[in-house]
Design a protein around this ligand. Structure first.
Ligand code: 13P
Ligand code: SF4
Length: 306
């Protein structure tokens, strides 16, 4: 049954000259059939350089929108149109414009976990893989409005001392659930393990990290590190790729219930249906896309920080 599904997906992919891109939090079987699985920055880079005509994007909507904005000549479809991100919905354009009016000298850095309309109102975009570097790249600016993630923003503020960072109060409900006591319990159980924390976590959770990394950074570190055991403070979907890529190492979730429900909506069946009917296309109004593209391209020029 599963093999049958995969065969059909592969056949349609070939017919449409399509590529399947998946985020590291997708369910295991989706990660396994994807042509590329990675973090938000890796997925944006991949979308910008693929020669395929069609991108089937398995993640959440802001990621697929970002791919559609930077891949002008390609069609982007999503297997699950309802895969939103609550953090991205925590800010509106009206609120951002007000903040800009109140802080006229500030430049706006928006986390990629935001709508296209927010990106269009921003000077530059960032992901968890390059937020510090992006903020540092704004050399002629002392004030930064950072939206929408207050935790990633405060982590950046703790590293970039020569700028005042004005935070928006958004957050990721999945990462906010991971508390210091979860890390402490895991450390008691696995005292030799390295603690890898995503910067969407609370500052008090980040304070217990050996490394603060994007999901792509976690995969890289796990591969390159001499350590054999790791505690992961992030969404548990990452464990699939970690275990597959490092069968001789052990990975423990800091909190096994750190699950992003939206990331789990995509299934192999839905990927097949989206390739069959091609109707769940991601479209961004051209005038918003043109402005948002500038912010994303500036981020891509900055690249990855680790
Ligand atoms: P990464 O870019 O680190 O994969 O994170 C994306 C995300 O949504 C984390 O919640
Ligand atoms: Fe949004 Fe959090 Fe899910 Fe990432 S894990 S997509 S930030 S809700």
């Amino acid at each position: 049954m599963k093999n049958n599904l995969i065969n059909k997906i592969n056949k349609l992919k070939k017919n449409h000259n399509a590529v399947v891109l998946a985020h590291n939090y997708q369910i295991g079987e989706v990660q396994d059939i994807a042509d590329y699985t990675g973090d938000s920055l890796g997925l944006s880079i991949e979308a910008s350089k693929t020669t395929a005509k069609l991108i089937v994007f398995c993640g959440v909507n802001f990621m697929a929108e970002t791919a559609a904005i930077i891949s002008i000549d390609k069609k982007v479809v999503v297997p699950e149109i309802n895969a939103g991100c609550p953090m991205a919905d925590m800010i509106t354009v009206t609120a951002l414009k007000k903040l800009k009016d109140q802080n006229p000298k500030a430049k706006v850095v928006c986390y990629v976990n935001s709508g296209a309309d927010i990106k269009a109102e921003s000077d530059i975009c960032c992901t968890s893989a390059n937020a510090i570097r992006v903020v540092e790249s704004l050399t002629n600016t002392e004030e930064i409005i950072f939206v929408p993630d207050k935790y990633l923003g405060s982590y950046v503020a703790s590293k970039v001392k020569d700028k005042r960072i004005i935070l928006w109060q958004g957050f990721c409900p999945t990462h906010a659930k991971i508390l210091p006591e979860h890390i402490m319990t895991a450390k008691d159980k696995y005292p030799g393990a390295k603690v890898l924390v995503h910067p969407e976590c609370r500052p008090e959770t980040i304070a217990l990290a050996d490394y603060v990394l994007s999901t792509g950074g976690m995969l890289k570190l796990a591969k390159e590190s001499g350590s054999k055991e790791f505690i992961l403070a992030t969404e548990i979907g990452i464990l699939h790729s970690l275990k597959r890529q490092n069968p001789e190492k052990n990975f423990y979730p800091a909190l096994a219930s750190a699950i992003c429900p939206n990331m789990k909506l995509t299934t192999l069946e839905k990927i097949l249906w989206s390739l069959e009917d091609l109707i769940t296309e991601v479209r961004v109004p051209p005038e918003i896309a043109a402005k948002a593209r500038l912010a994303i391209e500036k981020m891509l020029a900055v690249g990855r920080q680790v």
